[in-house]
Design a protein around this ligand. Structure first.
Ligand SMILES: C[S@@+](CC[C@H](N)C(=O)[O-])C[C@H]1O[C@@H](n2cnc3c(N)ncnc32)[C@H](O)[C@@H]1O
Length: 254
């Protein structure tokens, strides 16, 4: 049995844009000359452009494709998660289990918990998919998956030896995403490591340099922001056309 990590660009979204383009194109062809036809023609072009973009994103992220960007990012984030023997890690927004499983494979004496909201926007991800993937990768006994919310984690302070997350928090509507980061770091033990990958642009997170400074003032041993849109995980050009500019890893030790 092979794992199936699905795709960060949901197939349903690609299909919806393609179907929308076809419907608007059909209406454009049916309607005679006039303003409405021009408006529909413009809408067709816009929708066709978005459809092409979603297809290119799907191909770049695919675990079976040539680029395999998702695999590269997951492996790159997992490298930063170092667990002691018997240690526990939390992966927030685990999706299809890819990062939780990669961490479990790299740390054979540790256990990993993945939590996710598994809402409608990522309908192909589920608890069952995570469990099947963990089984396929031979780490089912050292991983567990549960429904949870990044905004309010169901764990006491200092539960985990490491916390990790990949491309989750920018998806969560919030006026202050630094609060979400603090909620994740709350469940990390003193001396534990963190590796959080996301789009840390000013627009999405505010001033992250001050956040890093604040962590140090709070007594964190180490905290730094490592850009990944500079060729580390993706080229600057890829980051731009894919809307991933500002991607970086927030790493350190509490
Ligand atoms: C782009 S996917 C990334 C999945 C996974 N981290 C990976 O790297 O493959 C974003 C994930 O965040 C999850 N998510 C969104 N909002 C969440 C929340 N408030 N709490 C927990 N998970 C959430 C989604 O359900 C989805 O699985």
């Amino acid at each position: 049995m092979k794992p199936n990590y699905k795709n960060w660009m949901p197939k349903g979204m690609v299909g919806s844009f393609a179907a929308g383009t076809a419907v608007v194109l059909a209406l454009t062809l049916i309607i005679g000359v006039g303003w409405l036809k021009i408006i529909l023609l413009i809408l067709t072009l816009v929708l066709a452009g978005v459809t092409v973009w979603t297809v290119l994103m799907y191909r770049a992220f695919s675990y079976d494709g040539k680029r395999q960007m998702s695999r590269q990012i997951i492996d790159g984030v997992a490298e930063y998660v170092i667990l002691p023997e018997g240690g526990r890690c939390l992966d927030v927004g685990c999706g299809s289990g890819a990062l939780a499983i990669a961490v479990a494979k790299r740390n054979p004496k540790a256990t990993v918990t993945g939590i996710d909201r598994w809402g409608a926007e990522y309908a192909s991800f589920s608890k069952k998919l995570c469990e099947d993937n963990a089984f396929a990768e031979g780490v089912a006994e050292r991983t567990d998956f549960a429904q949870g919310n990044a905004l309010k984690l169901d764990f006491p302070d200092g539960t985990f030896d490491a916390v990790t997350s990949n491309y989750v928090y920018h998806n969560i509507p919030s006026r202050d995403r630094q609060v979400i980061l603090l909620e994740t770091l709350r469940v990390l033990k003193k001396g534990g490591t963190f590796a959080i990958h996301d789009i840390f642009s000013k627009g999405k997170y505010g001033d992250m340099q001050s956040f890093v400074k604040k962590l140090k003032e709070l007594g964190y041993e180490r905290a730094e922001l490592v850009p990944t849109d500079n060729g580390r995980f993706m080229s600057p050009w890829e980051a731009r056309w894919m809307g991933l500019s500002g991607s970086a890893l927030l790493v350190g030790k509490k």
